[in-house]
Design a binder for this molecule. Structure first.
Ligand code: PLP
Length: 388
């Protein structure tokens, strides 16, 4: 069996329906949506429709949707806007397990005199809500906490956190790049003031994202230029991708039920099959509050990268929880923050599914993995200690 793609938290296939929808907006309908003539008008109408479709999956108003170039830009725009709106407030609260789009921006801001609190997580990847409460200060400009973790799939209690934050009159942003399209969201009855999403995580193309900005939330644009996006983001719109994102949101809304039934069942089948057939395997992250498509599993005493290379030979594409830093394999910041033991963190693999995966593919992975893990353990420097 060839080409089994189970790395959907990294990026997703553009859905064929999405590609069809965006195609005319390259060579035929190429007008600038800001133009007065009919070339512009035809495009403008589709951008309006896309905005409505994105608003619909979020339970938001179309006017609350700001199109951006990616999830990273949305995260940067949210945090920088808060700092600009409240220049006297120089404290930010975030977590140790955020995506680099937030973490590295915060580290950069620290070098420019801002104070950042990085909330810790427990061994299951959960936040301590008392710690969140205690972190809030009179000079906190913004709290930015992800909705769901990209590596483990752990979902944070965002509404509860938002309530605490809002009660203190502090702006609340969530990076929901991994959550949108996988679990239902309703911003109409929500404590979230700003939210980031990214097209390529939900079967739209790379290079398009959204920042949701709740009506009435103080906001300063990150990209200053033309009047696009009601003055909240300058730059001629990436029309074809915006239209694609609108269609992808419409499809994702229709598939939410499937995501939480069929995709979840496939993930659970994979998890059960691997735990039953591979000794010394353990799940990373709490399993009761987790994205339906994500499985982060460690195989003790082997390198995740070695597993990836071997499964890649079989046409299976997944991710590991290690990154190559200065020539050596370092467990990811997320697994380190969770305090996962060294021998486990190194052997972690993330499988992230989509509605395009099949039961046959999952069974093939379950069939092949035990032999791969056994072979790698035989040659592992820790191999002698492995119980078989
Ligand atoms: N936030 C999270 C949680 C992500 O998983 C990602 C991408 O992996 C991003 C932000 C960045 O999104 P983009 O690739 O669109 O910049």
């Amino acid at each position: 069996m060839n080409n089994i793609y189970v790395d959907n938290n990294a990026t997703t296939q553009v859905a064929p329906e999405v590609f069809e929808e965006m195609k005319p907006y390259f060579c035929d309908l190429y007008g600038n949506p800001s133009s007065m003539h009919s070339f512009g008008g035809n495009v403008q109408r589709k951008v309006v429709e896309a905005r409505e479709r994105v608003a619909d999956i979020l339970g938001a108003l179309p006017t609350e949707i700001v199109f951006t170039s990616c999830g990273t830009e949305s995260d940067n725009a949210a945090i920088r806007s808060a700092l600009e709106c409240f220049p006297e407030k120089r404290h930010i609260v975030t977590t140790r397990v955020e995506h680099p789009a937030v973490l590295n921006l915060c580290r950069h801001l620290e070098k420019h005199g801002y104070d950042v609190t990085y909330l810790s997580v427990d061994a299951e990847g959960r936040l301590n809500l008392d710690e969140v409460q205690d972190s809030l200060r009179s000079d906190t400009a913004i709290v930015s906490i992800m909705y769901a973790n990209n590596e483990t799939g752990v979902i944070f209690p965002i509404e509860e956190i938002g309530l605490m934050v809002r009660q203190r009159g502090i702006l609340f942003h969530t990076d929901a790049v991994q959550a949108v399209g996988k679990i239902p969201l309703n911003l109409r009855e929500s404590t979230i003031e700003m939210l980031s999403l990214s097209g390529h995580k939900l079967h739209a193309p790379k290079g398009v994202g959204v920042l949701y900005v709740r009506r009435g939330t103080p906001f300063r644009p990150f990209l200053i230029g033309g009047h696009q996006e009601r003055g909240r983001r300058g730059g001629t719109e990436n029309v074809a991708s915006i239209i694609a994102l609108g269609k992808a949101c419409e499809l994702a809304k229709d598939h939410l039920n499937e995501e939480n039934t069929r995709v979840r069942a496939l993930r659970d089948r994979l998890e059960k099959g691997l735990l039953e057939n591979c000794p010394d395997a353990r799940i990373n992250g709490c399993t009761d509050q987790r994205l339906p498509n994500t499985l982060n599993i460690s195989f003790e005493y082997v390198e995740g990268e070695a597993i990836l290379l071997m499964i890649n030979e079989l046409g299976i594409a997944a991710s590991s929880g290690s990154a190559c830093t200065s020539g050596s394999l370092e467990p990811s910041h997320v697994l380190r923050a969770m305090g996962i033991p060294f021998t486990c963190a190194h052997g972690s693999v993330r499988f992230s599914l989509s509605c395009y995966n099949t039961e046959q593919e999952i069974d093939y992975i379950v069939e092949k993995m035990p032999g791969i893990i056994r072979r790698l353990r035989e040659i592992s420097p820790f191999g002698a200690t492995v119980a078989s």
